[in-house]
Structures are given as structure tokens and as C-alpha cells.
Design a protein around this ligand. Structure first.
Ligand SMILES: [Zn+2]
Length: 230
């Protein structure tokens, strides 16, 4: 069995790699550059993480996806949605935020591209993704149903057996941090922010979910290290 990781440089995909490596090796990690605000930060984070785990790393540029994406995640003239910390569990508020950072068919596209690399390995291969339960509520392309549907498609579109797996998909962000602490993932290399400033912004939805999960795991030291002592 071979493995190809979709590594964004964020916590979820990093933990998915760490969990998968407990059982099997990974042949390649792929990072996609579609002009997202944080592309440079994500690519360098993913490179550091791949190096840390000794996995060959490849960056795939998708300029057409940048052209076709008009949401604030790519379009720097739009403001990113800001959720207050007490709005993270407000489904309608989180759905609006998800709409504001939507990228058309992103995960479907990424998995299909990764499946090309996987099929060329010449043996059955897993595509390792870092979905999580918290975001599946607002991003349907992070859900278990989507993984099942994707695997049905891949059974027709690839000759070698290519299967999407997501070791993190049933975990909440808090559980992901807990597992990350257990496996000593390199939190200092991760970039989980939608913005691309010198330091993580601490304000975007992604930063807030990470910070809340760290606090729930009583990882105050990491909060200070990543977000700056307040
Ligand atoms: Zn942020």
C-alpha cells in the first residue's frame, strides 16, 4: 500500500500525516497553490512539515483556480469574515463564513489531481486528507459522506485502487490538538491562518478554532508561543 498526503501546512492535514505514519509510510506530500492569501506561508509550512517527517514534497500551482475563485480566501480586496469566539458553534453564522471563503470544487479537484499521482505509483494507494468533524458541519466537502462518494468515483476513474482516507475526520478540533500533542506534531511549523501576515492573525475563523482547541487542551504555552502572550 502506498500513501499520498494532501498537506496544506495546517494542523489537520499535519495530524492526518502523523496518524497515518503510525501505521504505514507516505510516498509523497502534495500542496496546492491556488493563489490563496496564505499561499506562501502554507507552502513553506508544508515544506517544513514534509521535511520533518522525511516525506518528498511537491507543490502544484493551479492558476486557473485562482482566476475562478472570487471569495475572500483568494480575493485580497474582500475582507475575510471575522467570527467572534462565541459564534464558532453558531451554525448559520459559520455557514455564512464558509460561503465567504468558498473555493469552487476545491477538495474534489485536489483529490482528483492527487489520484493521478497515486495511480502512477503502480500499486493500491491511499490519499490521506485532514478533514475534521467541526468543519464538516459547514463544508460538505469535508464530510464522511463526501469521502464515500469520492471513493465510489475513484473506483471508476482509476485503474489501480485509489482510496481517500481521513484519519482525522471523526475528530473535533479539540481532539485533533489532543492527538497532536500526544504525537508531538511540530506545532511551530504549522500555518493555520487564512491571512499571510508575518505572524498568524489570531482573528480569522481558522485561528480562533485553533486557539480554542489549544486552550481546551490546557496548552497555554503553545497559545503564547503561536499567538503571542497577551
Ligand atoms: Zn488567522
Amino acid at each position: 500500500m502506498a500513501g499520498i498526503a494532501l498537506l496544506s501546512g495546517g494542523l489537520d492535514s499535519t495530524l492526518a500525516v502523523a496518524l497515518y505514519l503510525e501505521k504505514a509510510g507516505i510516498n509523497l506530500a502534495l500542496t496546492f497553490d491556488y493563489g490563496q492569501r496564505a499561499n506562501e506561508k502554507e507552502v513553506s509550512a508544508a515544506r517544513r512539515i514534509a521535511d520533518y517527517y522525511n516525506i518528498p514534497h511537491k507543490v502544484i500551482a493551479l492558476p486557473f483556480l485562482q482566476e475562478q475563485t472570487h471569495s475572500a480566501l483568494v480575493n485580497r480586496s474582500e475582507d475575510l469574515p471575522l467570527l467572534k469566539s462565541d459564534e464558532l458553534d453558531d451554525l448559520s453564522r459559520a455557514q455564512l463564513s464558509a460561503h465567504q471563503v468558498w473555493v469552487p470544487n476545491r477538495n474534489g479537484l485536489f483529490m482528483n489531481i492527487a489520484a493521478v499521482y497515486a495511480e502512477n505509483l503502480g500499486e493500491p494507494a491511499d490519499l490521506i486528507t485532514g478533514f475534521n468533524q467541526e468543519e464538516a458541519a459547514t463544508f460538505p466537502d469535508n464530510s464522511l459522506e463526501f469521502i464515500d462518494a469520492m471513493n465510489r468515483c475513484l473506483s471508476y476513474s482509476t485503474q489501480e485502487k485509489v482510496t481517500v482516507v481521513s484519519p482525522t475526520s471523526t475528530l473535533t478540533k479539540t481532539e485533533i490538538v489532543r492527538e497532536g500533542l500526544r504525537l508531538k506534531v511540530p506545532f511551530e511549523h504549522i500555518w493555520s491562518c487564512y491571512e499571510s501576515k508575518e505572524a498568524i492573525c489570531g482573528q480569522c475563523e481558522s485561528c480562533q478554532r485553533l486557539k480554542r482547541a489549544l486552550l481546551r487542551n490546557e496548552a497555554q504555552g503553545l497559545v503564547d508561543q503561536l499567538f503571542g502572550a497577551e
